[in-house]
Write a protein that binds this ligand. Structure first.
Ligand code: NBP
Length: 473
């Protein structure tokens, strides 16, 4: 008998995905570069379903039903290209190669175009939720052709997480759309975590609260509109006590955040698209700053403010509101970026559907996402999430608290780039007139870059080095 689908690359992600497929009744062909992993999978979990192990790629491909469906789950980069090449040699027009790794969307576009020439569908697919998600139901963001979605969609929706009966898997759009959306998802994840970290830091510094006390604060927040996976696990991490020292776990971890690069990719793409994803950028840069211990040691001689006058006020509730408002800004920016890329690359991404598929199975799952879906349902052409009535009401109500939080942070010398830049973005967006007019004037002065006027059509240049009169450009 032949397999319904295959998985090649059987490290944690591939193995769990293969098991998830088998548990849903699919016959799964399994293959890995080094045969040991394949044998191990069958030995340990063979009882969970039907696995067809293959040690050679040719045997793996031969064991698949036509049109063939093969998922690649290997380390992103050169390894993926090597496996695609090997698979493509053995496949026929109409077959489908799914890349479930964290590929850069530009690589996915290149690979899709190359395989399309051969009539093979290449489906760059974002998979979120880590190993646990891969096994029990991830959020799945496939790109690629409509034909490939028709053949893969039912399987992917079957193994994805479901929320209220709705599967967290939908066709995102052609070629690189799926990996692009996964990339932005990860960028938003960076921003969510940075904001949570700032909330914790500020409350700990300002109130002298212990990590355990703050765990309780996050737990309470998780019972309200901030309810989300990341807030939930923040309480758990803060509650953790180090067995070796008896100290709070968070105090024994080296404070240098690492990254695999998707935050950086998101920011790079946003720079190309001209979309200000400041929340994600600040989060990425905050990680970079944390990773420069030599500079941080050298900077310890710099002085901070005198904080003796700062009282408690209602700081906990203020921080909760600042966190919520900053989070809305981060999501608004992330959705702007997806919209811009969708336009640039002709993807026609349904923004509301993206909120839906992130509701379960993935790291940024949150109650909040239902409201984003509702906002786009109410107005699919929404220009910014901040302007949706539900969200503008929240940020308007939060803004006084948000300002007090940033002020307190500045007063006591706690860096909150996430809160501060989100607030600056909010104020920048809502300002009727921005000092960009002065920037334009300066550009025209030194570079004759011209400017537009508020009262007349056309481009203008002022002869700054001559008579300083304005002329149409
Ligand atoms: P890794 O990213 O650690 O990759 C290990 C796998 O890649 C092994 O199966 C290895 O084969 C294979 N491989 C490598 Br390395 N180079 C290869 C090559 N040149 N040819 C063929 N196979 C090669 O595995 P992972 O953590 O399971 O992640 C798989 C993918 O899923 C990655 O792209 C990752 O970014 C993505 N992802 C991971 C997570 C997560 O939470 N870990 C979440 C979402 C997405 P070998 O056994 O022979 O060495």
């Amino acid at each position: 008998d032949l397999a319904d689908i295959g998985v090649t690359g059987l490290a944690v992600m591939g193995r769990n995905l293969a098991r998830n497929l088998a548990r849903h009744g699919y016959a799964v062909a399994v293959h890995n570069r080094s045969a040991g992993r394949t044998d191990e999978l069958v030995k340990e979990f063979g009882g969970e379903g039907t696995f067809l192990p293959a040690h050679e790629m040719a045997a793996f491909v031969a064991s698949l039903k036509r049109p063939r469906r093969a998922i690649i789950m290997v380390k992103a980069g050169a390894g993926t290209d090597a496996v695609i090449e090997e698979l493509a040699e053995l496949m026929e027009p109409g077959d489908m190669i799914v890349d479930g790794g964290n590929a850069h969307f530009a690589d996915t576009r290149r690979r899709e175009a190359a395989l399309r020439e051969k009539g093979i569908h290449f489906v760059g697919t974002g998979i979120s939720g880590g190993e646990e998600g891969a096994l029990n139901g991830p959020s799945i963001m496939p790109g690629g052709s409509k034909e490939s979605w028709a053949a893969l969609g039912p399987i992917l929706q079957d193994i994805a997480a479901t929320v209220d009966g709705v599967p967290c898997a939908v066709h995102v759009g052609p070629d690189g759309a799926g990996h692009f959306v996964k990339m932005v998802h990860n960028g938003i994840e960076y921003s969510d975590m940075q904001l949570i970290a700032e909330s914790y830091d500020l409350l700990r510094q300002a109130l002298g609260a212990t990590p355990a006390e703050l765990a309780q604060v996050f737990r309470e927040w998780n019972a309200g509109e901030l309810e989300s996976y990341l807030i939930e696990i923040t309480a758990e991490v803060l509650d953790q006590v180090d067995a070796a020292t008896g100290k709070p776990f968070v105090d024994v971890v080296v404070d240098q955040a690492e990254q695999k690069g998707t935050g950086r990719w998101t920011v790079q793409s946003a720079l190309d698209l001209g979309v200000p994803v400041t929340g994600i950028a600040e989060a990425t840069f905050a990680r970079a700053l944390s990773g420069h211990p030599e500079q941080r040691a050298a900077a310890r001689t710099l002085e901070g403010p005198d904080i003796s006058g700062v009282g408690e006020r209602q700081l906990v509730e203020d921080v909760r509101q600042a966190l919520l408002a900053s989070k809305i800004v981060a999501y608004a920016q992330g959705f702007d970026q997806i919209a811009a890329a969708s336009k640039e690359y002709g993807w026609d991404v349904d923004l509301g559907a993206m909120a839906t598929i992130w509701r379960g199975g993935c790291i940024i799952r949150a109650r909040f996402l239902d409201r984003i879906r509702a906002a786009y349902d109410a107005d699919p052409a929404l220009s910014t999430l901040l302007a949706a009535p539900d969200f503008s009401a929240v940020v308007n109500a939060a803004q006084d608290a948000w300002r007090r939080v940033v002020k307190t942070a500045v007063e006591i010398g706690v860096p909150t780039p996430g809160f501060s830049s989100a607030l600056a973005y909010y104020d920048g967006l809502r300002r009727e007139r921005l000092p960009a007019a002065l920037v334009q004037g300066l550009r025209d002065y030194f570079g004759a870059h011209t400017y537009h006027r508020v009262d007349r059509e056309g481009s203008f240049h002022t002869d700054w080095s001559g008579d300083r009169r304005e002329r149409p450009a």
